[in-house]
Design a protein around this ligand. Structure first.
Ligand SMILES: [Cu+2]
Length: 161
């Protein structure tokens, strides 16, 4: 009972991520999700689209979540044909632009998961930006189809942290 109340609250938070931002309206988070990984996987990643309708570039500086011991901002680089993950200090969202966090590109790395993820679980995330604002979102755990896209999307599990 208590659990379902919490889940409902998380779903509401996911449905109305803009409420806390109504006054300013510059940053919007769309379609957040966390990759479903096998029960014993040490890490997963969160993806989303961050839109900036303001006239100045914004930077995502930090992400936090109770779902993992450590949360890092990552990107992928192409190192002589091999896709590798790298930690980054920040992820920029251009003025009047958007940045997509997606497999093979920018992502929020969830390292040392607190518990196994199940499809449909909601993972709370707090995002901190360079203007001092924060956004609390809830990202559902989703199965990602590999759909014939081999290396870039598949190498998460093999990466060492
Ligand atoms: Cu990563």
């Amino acid at each position: 009972m208590k659990h379902s109340t919490i889940r409902r609250a998380l779903l509401l938070a996911a449905a109305f991520p803009l409420l806390s931002f109504a006054a300013d309206g510059a940053l919007r988070i769309d379609d957040p999700y966390v990759r479903l990984v096998p029960p014993n996987a040490p890490a997963s990643a969160a993806f989303m689209v961050i839109s900036n309708s303001g006239s100045t570039e914004r930077q995502l500086l930090k992400a936090q979540s109770p779902a993992a011991k450590s949360v890092e901002l990552h990107t992928h680089i192409n190192d002589h044909g091999v896709m590798k993950m790298r930690q980054v200090d920040r992820i920029a969202i251009k003025a009047n632009g958007q940045t997509e966090l997606k497999p093979g590109s920018y992502h929020i790395m969830l390292i040392d998961l607190a518990q196994a993820l199940n499809e449909g679980d909601s993972v709370p995330l707090t995002l901190s930006f360079d203007d001092g604002s924060t956004q609390q979102i809830s990202a559902p755990v989703r199965r990602i189809q590999a759909a014939g896209a081999p290396a870039p999307a598949m190498d998460h599990g093999a990466m060492k942290h």
